[in-house]
Design a protein around this ligand. Structure first.
Ligand SMILES: Nc1ncnc2c1ncn2[C@@H]1O[C@H](COP(=O)(O)OP(=O)(O)OP(=O)(O)O)[C@@H](O)[C@H]1O
Length: 343
């Protein structure tokens, strides 16, 4: 449905988007993730027609969009900076795009009613948008974006300003809705939870390039490199320069770390999930001191400082048995929770 072909956007000397190629299939939901400044919004703005690329092409359903203005692209936008019109009521906001496309009034009214049902606000057409809650406003913005039946729906931090529990609920609703409508979606978010819950595929960007593209579970289980692993929030990550894998053992600053069979060999970045850091007696394994603890609901993340000159470690411990700060422990690693990264 959407094809980006070697897209480049420069601001002065800086490449905000650097030769990005990406295909989004019909009915697919793709979420673009990445740190601040990695080029996510710029990528979306190019597809929307709000920003012209210096090089490369955007194709939607096979048609090159070069020179096609925003409102003729067949894309629906739900952007943070595309707020609702406060002087129009809910129905007026949703019908806005339909009017621009010359839809007749009665047809537009029927479509507005249909969309209000769809986003869970039946009968709210005459309400002033100023009287809506944040979550209700997001639903109206979504209905407005969907109204002209866009080929592609684009979301930029769609739920960014909402509180956590509402965001989680709306994420589930959106996924269900997109599945039901068969919408093709390209979304940008800095919230990993949102991306992983919403997407069929996630794209992690770094400095204008795609660092990894894959199904959420794939990216989660097998980050492409140390950058992606750290971006996902993993703490126990070593760069390839500090690791040598030989057979089922990695030689690391933490000592020898066991690996699952079939691991890639040689100099490899290494990820040890917190569940793979087992605490034992101080004389057993790598000696460490407990520096602190973070409560994570069903477990405690224990922060460890090795006695030897090696990076800090994080261990996931049951609530009942997490050691106190200052305690001395030994660390052993579980091969099943250790991953040698491919690149
Ligand atoms: N209009 C502009 N003029 C100059 N530089 C820009 C402009 N828009 C973006 N940039 C720069 O391009 C780079 C990518 O910006 P972009 O907004 O796409 O990143 P982002 O990943 O969406 O970040 P965030 O998560 O903070 O929104 C940044 O270095 C930014 O400063």
């Amino acid at each position: 449905m959407l094809r980006l072909d070697h897209l480049t956007v420069r601001f002065g000397d800086r490449r905000a988007v650097d030769e990005v190629s990406l295909d989004v299939a019909e009915h697919e939901t793709v979420c673009v993730l990445g740190p601040s400044g990695s080029g996510k919004s710029t990528l979306l703005r190019v597809v929307a027609g709000l920003q012209a690329p210096q090089a490369g092409r955007v194709l939607l359903a096979g048609a090159d969009l070069a020179g096609v203005p925003v409102h003729r692209r067949g894309v629906g936008l739900m952007f943070q900076d595309h707020q609702l019109f406060p002087q129009r009521d809910v129905a007026g906001n949703i019908a806005f795009g339909l009017r621009m496309h010359g839809t007749a009034r009665t047809e537009a009214e029927a479509r507005v009613a249909e969309l209000l049902d769809l986003v869970g606000l039946p009968g709210a057409g005459r309400r002033s948008v100023a009287t809506l809650s944040g979550g209700e406003q997001q639903r109206v913005a979504l209905a407005r974006a969907l109204a002209p039946r866009p080929k592609l729906l684009m979301l930029d931090e769609p739920l960014g300003q909402l509180d956590r529990s509402l965001r989680e609920r709306l994420t589930v609703e959106l996924r269900e809705l997109f599945g039901r409508l068969g919408t093709t979606v390209l979304a940008v978010t800095h919230d990993q939870g949102e991306a992983f819950a919403l997407a069929d595929r996630v794209i992690v960007m770094r400095e204008g390039r795609i660092a990894q593209s894959g199904a959420p579970i794939e990216v989660w289980q097998r980050p492409a490199d140390a950058f992606v692993a750290r971006f996902l929030g993993f703490g126990n990550v070593l760069d390839a320069a500090d690791v040598t894998v030989d057979g089922r053992v990695a030689t690391t600053p933490w000592g020898e770390v066991p690996l699952p069979p079939g691991s890639p060999q040689g100099a490899r970045a290494l990820l040890v999930r917190p569940a793979g850091v087992r605490l034992t007696e101080p004389r057993d394994g790598l000696p460490c001191r407990v520096e602190g603890r973070t409560f994570r609901g069903d477990h405690v993340l224990v922060h460890l400082r090795p006695d030897r000159d090696a990076p800090a470690l994080e261990a996931a411990c049951p609530l009942a048995s997490a050691p106190e700060p200052g305690a001395r422990v030994g660390v052993r690693f579980l091969a099943a929770e250790v991953t040698a990264l491919d690149s």
